[in-house]
Write a protein that binds this ligand. Sequence first.
Ligand code: NAD
Ligand code: IPM
Ligand code: MN
Length: 372
Amino acid sequence: MKIALIPGDGIGKEVMTEGKKVIDAVSEKLNFEISWNEYNFGAERYLKEGKTLTEDDLKELSKNKSIYFSAIGDPRVKPGILEKGILLAIRFYFDEYVNLRPIKFFEGIAPVLKDKNAKDINFYAVRENTEDFYVGIGSNEFKKRHKDEFKILRNLYNVKFNLDIESDKDEIAYQIGILSKKGCERIIKYAFELAKRKNLDLVTSVDKANVLNFYTPWRKIFEKISKNYRNIKTEYLYVDAASMFFVLKPERFKVVVVPNMFGDILTDLGAGICGGLGTAASGNINPDGISMFEPVHGSAPDIAGKGIANPIAQILAGAMMLDELKKPEAANLIIKAVEDVLKEGKVRTPDLGGNAKTKDVGDEIVKKIKEM
Ligand code: NAD
Ligand code: IPM
Ligand code: MN
């Protein structure tokens, strides 16, 4: 199986070494072959060659069965260039419309929320991954005159806010969010199918339909699709209340389906209630195409180069990838090894209160896999 490997920037490179090591160990144990194609996309290449991802790079990536990604982002590069030019470019090009982010508290980690442990925090966030405010229509500076895309809003500004955006006087920056009917249908359907597959009886829809108009049709589609799943209960939460319940009552959630931007925020919060970003994995999934698996976290410049990043999020992203590639036995071996190591608590990185190095955690997980 050909897998693309993108170690990226900062701690990305460090945790990827461990992620790859663990997959190699499990593939050796279970006798299947992975052939890695490593790509140097990220800050170094951008700073040297001025390139993020070219059309050729994307075509080259298409030759792989799946993409194992770590993290990009570098303080030397203006915010957004690598994030949009590499990570979002891949999500969009391969139409990876599902961002599946398990929110799972592992036994052995010191609880963040009082009295809430592994049995209370174990659910899935299904984040829409190709639409909403991520479609990239907006200006990244205040401007007096705007392109065609802004014409439709001109009247609104003139009348409602008494701003004259045609003259030299008033400047604005703006962002437009888009939700398509197809886009809402496919992600909401995925959430219900996931609930069905995993035998979970509640799907929660999160939006902000009380303020932002385009979440009203999202809600309607949620309602329509839910009718095909009579055994699954539903609820609607506004994103503000959902955030509060993530902290106060995480046990109420089973599957949460959420538009792109709120999903980004809620899933870091989800990681937070589980002890931080060190164990939060995610899959950018196109069920009929090429998917990409990565930790939820970024390149963490504050700890990069020290060898102390927690590699578990990367390792669990590897397990998600193997599961999607129809290797559930391999995925389960990895999850079990991670669970054992966390439960024992002897080898853990500083984010979880230990003093082990990134490499020690990877080695310990490999050791467990070999012993199983
Ligand atoms: P971040 O996720 O990189 O870090 C947030 C905090 O969590 C930091 O204090 C960091 O040290 C800690 N942290 C993250 N991962 C950790 C790990 N594995 N072990 C221990 N601690 C960990 O977010 P940020 O600081 O907001 O962003 C840094 C850069 O990463 C930015 O350029 C951002 O755009 C980018 N980013 C990339 C991705 C991605 O590639 N998927 C995701 C998020 C952010
Ligand atoms: C994530 C990240 C990305 C996002 C950024 C880096 C583009 O925060 O994967 O959660 O906003 O989706
Ligand atoms: Mn994020």
